[in-house]
Design a protein around this ligand. Structure first.
Ligand SMILES: [Fe+2]
Length: 303
């Protein structure tokens, strides 16, 4: 039995040395809007109702700050705290009002590789934005891909503790996990060290997706990889590097999973399956080195 029923991937926090430069990129180029900003931290929203989908916070090196999932009610947060205690997973923050932009009620704990996970509810919503002219803005967070040194342990924790389901494998190299109808909200990639591989933002349509790619091109930002369409998840992809060197992705048309009918598959890692259109080619050395990032020991709140 998992500790909670996750409804969605709410937001991700990234830690990086130059917050103002990164925030400017996500605001002026990427299509997010700042909801709150403070000295050394910026909270950014997409066009959807989520208060913020990205938090950028100052740190000495690039690292993951937090992954936040939504749950249904404060009672579910309290139940999760009890269940985590029974499983011997210590809390980093006890259930309570969250002292952060958007507020809410939640708790925090660490996964086995020291990533901070937050379960929250009753976070302030924002008014969804109507598409402004031809400007393409991400609607919500689509997924976060995490590099792990032990993919089986990572998958086991997110399945057993957080109740996520494995939608597909890409050989024994990547595992795609879901918590709702979206094919994946988290994926793990077997790697030499723990780090953020990339963060993906969902465009409302494939037309918005391509317009977003075009908008970036006009700003002098060209894809590291893409555009293309992946086999697992059937989603479109275009990967870019932000000023900190972290990889961000535009995606659209993520496969919708019918819970009782879905069969998990193991995809072979061949070009015709990772790039269905044949437009992107294999990932370059450059994109792979950006996706590997720098080793992230996690547990930053203890330092
Ligand atoms: Fe992705």
């Amino acid at each position: 039995m998992s500790v909670a029923r996750l409804r969605s991937l709410r937001s991700v926090a990234l830690r990086t040395p130059n917050v103002s430069e990164a925030a400017e990129f996500y605001r002026e180029v990427w299509g997010l809007s700042e909801v709150e900003g403070d000295n050394g931290v910026s909270w950014l929203r997409g066009a959807g109702a989520e208060h913020h989908i990205l938090e950028v916070r100052r740190a000495e090196r690039n690292a993951l700050g937090k992954i936040a999932f939504s749950v249904g009610s404060p009672a579910e947060v309290d139940d999760a705290a009890r269940a985590l205690a029974e499983l011997g997973v210590p809390l980093v923050a006890e259930p309570g009002r969250l002292d952060q932009a958007g507020g809410g009620y939640g708790l925090r704990f660490a996964d086995p590789e020291g990533r901070l996970v937050e379960l929250s509810t009753e976070v302030e919503a924002v008014v969804p934005m109507e598409p402004q002219g031809r400007r393409a803005a991400p609607r919500k967070l689509a997924h976060v891909v995490l590099n792990t040194v032990d993919i089986d342990a990572a998958v086991a924790f997110y399945r057993n503790v957080l109740g996520m389901r494995v939608s597909d494998w890409s050989e024994h190299q990547m595992a795609f996990l879901r918590c709702n109808a979206d094919h994946h909200v988290i994926a793990f990639n077997q790697a030499e060290w723990t780090s953020v591989n990339h963060v993906a933002y969902e465009m409302p349509s494939i037309d918005h997706f391509m317009r977003g790619v075009g908008h970036l091109r006009h700003q002098g930002v060209t894809p590291l990889w893409g555009p293309g369409r992946h086999g697992p998840g059937n989603n479109t992809f275009s990967y870019f590097a932000d000023p900190a060197g972290l990889v961000c992705e535009y995606t659209s048309e993520v496969e919708q999973v019918q819970e009782d009918a879905w069969l998990c598959r193991v995809w072979r890692r061949v070009p015709e399956l990772s790039d269905l259109w044949g437009t992107a080619g294999p990932p370059s050395k450059d994109v792979r080195s950006h996706m590997a990032g720098v080793p992230d020991p996690g547990r930053w709140w203890e330092r």
